[in-house]
Design a protein around this ligand. Structure first.
Ligand code: NAD
Ligand code: MG
Length: 395
């Protein structure tokens, strides 16, 4: 057997990071942890270092580094500690690394993910915001470096599994009519519209089927997550926005479908557990045990489908408009959403105001071309300033 693959997990202390380490630990003959990163939960990062013995760990600043180093010394570990974005880029691009799990949440994951792409690593992409922000530039960098890009988002991983291996030729040449992107509809799928005014962050984060980080949980409640995923699907599978249809499927058993011109519709099913797409991408094109229980169709019993209501879910419309506008619009949409969701989680605004912040930013700031990374960061920064201004006016 060849040597174990060396894996870096960016965002190791998060929901995806922990699920990834769970899968890795089941296959010590195949995978070894090279690098781990954490941001706020340094004690948890230390515990992960003790368990997985990475060569390098990355923390946000010197204070966190001293805390981690003290713990590592006490545990008798020689893990090297690096700091900040530079450290993240180092563990993503080190010549010793084979694959990088990009599982930092939000725009903060962009540079380290791109560092892994430029270094030609195998990329396991959970950090959808990075692709949404930089779309064309990201995909160009993937092609240039020859890096293998594998989707971790359960929907995109499902679509990837339902497409032929040569789908990069384009959807039409391989006979695809459209992609059907499933969505659970989140915790507020049936909440009376008048009550949405008073929902709390904890209610928004109580997803009916998936256990996830707080930002993506709020995005799932507002369906901005599906909007970001629609943009993500366009880049990953070279689809136009009108070739991606969102279908509400409350059971979250079908993770997405591909509709072919001969009338065949292929779907991928499974229990809602991220260890399935993570294992699929880690071992691709092979399959390995993920620890996920087999799907019991008799217990599932039924599968329901509904058309999404854009009055209930205005974020879905805003994302579609940003996808059509292209250029800087998706980066601004993402940045405004990050500011608005953080403000909602901090109790500064009410849930329906998330969409108001984003709409105001998109209506105020003109869409500009983004032919280099700096232009993306500039659009992201402008959108954050405008969103903060909205909050000071209305929050
Ligand atoms: P999470 O909040 O549980 O974890 C986020 C991780 O990012 C943590 O390790 C945290 O320390 C790190 N982090 C946060 N801010 C950072 C910063 N400024 N700099 C560096 N690191 C930082 O989130 P999650 O649910 O694991 O989601 C991670 C990514 O995966 C997101 O982009 C999300 O959209 C995507 N995703 C998650 C799921 C899921 O089931 N959780 C499914 C599909 C896609
Ligand atoms: Mg998803």
């Amino acid at each position: 057997m060849s040597r174990p693959q060396q894996i870096t997990v960016l965002g190791a202390t998060g929901s995806i990071g922990l699920s990834t380490l769970d899968v890795i630990a089941r296959h010590p003959d195949r995978y070894q942890v090279f690098g781990l990163s954490g941001y706020s939960r340094i004690a948890e990062l230390l515990a992960l270092c003790v368990l997985h013995r990475p060569r390098v760990a990355v923390v946000p600043d010197e204070r966190a580094a001293r805390q981690l180093q003290a713990g590592l010394r006490a545990a008798g570990l020689s893990t090297e500690v690096l700091v900040g974005e530079e450290g993240l880029c180092q563990i993503s691009s080190s010549s010793e690394v084979d694959a990088v799990m990009a599982a930092i949440v939000g725009a903060a994951g962009l540079r380290p993910t791109l560092a892994a792409v430029s270094a030609g690593k195998k990329i396991l992409l959970a950090n959808k915001e990075a692709l949404v922000m930089t779309g064309a530039l990201f995909m160009q960098a993937v092609r240039r470096s020859g890096s293998v890009l594998l989707p971790i988002d359960s929907e995109h991983n499902a679509i990837f599994q339902c497409l032929p291996q040569d789908f990069a030729r384009g959807l039409a040449p391989v006979g695809v009519r459209r992609i059907l992107l499933t969505a659970s509809g989140g915790p507020f799928r049936e909440t009376p519209l008048a009550e949405l005014e008073n929902v709390t962050p904890d209610q928004a984060c109580a997803h009916p089927n998936w256990s996830m980080g707080r930002k993506i949980s709020v995005d799932s409640a507002s369906m901005m997550n599906k909007g970001l995923e629609m943009i993500e699907a366009c880049w990953l599978f070279d689809a136009r926005p009108d070739q991606v249809e969102v279908v509400i499927h409350p059971q979250s058993v079908i993770h997405s479908l591909v509709d072919y011109i001969d009338g065949s519709v292929l779907a991928q099913l499974g229990n809602p557990d991220m260890r399935t797409p993570i294992s699929n991408a880690l071992a691709w094109p092979e399959r390995i045990d993920s620890g996920v229980a087999p799907l019991d169709l008799f217990a599932v019993a039924r599968l329901d489908f509904q058309r999404p209501d854009e009055q209930r879910f205005p974020c879905l419309r805003l994302a579609r408009e940003a996808a059509m506008a292209g250029n800087s619009a998706p980066a601004m949409l993402n940045a405004a959403n990050e500011v608005a969701v953080a403000a909602f989680l901090e109790g500064r605004i009410r849930y329906p105001q998330i969409a108001c912040v984003i709409e105001d930013v998109l209506n105020t700031e003109p869409v500009t071309a983004v032919d280099e990374l700096e232009a993306v960061f500039a659009a992201d920064a402008r959108a954050r300033v405008l969103a903060e201004q909205w909050l000071s006016r209305n929050g």
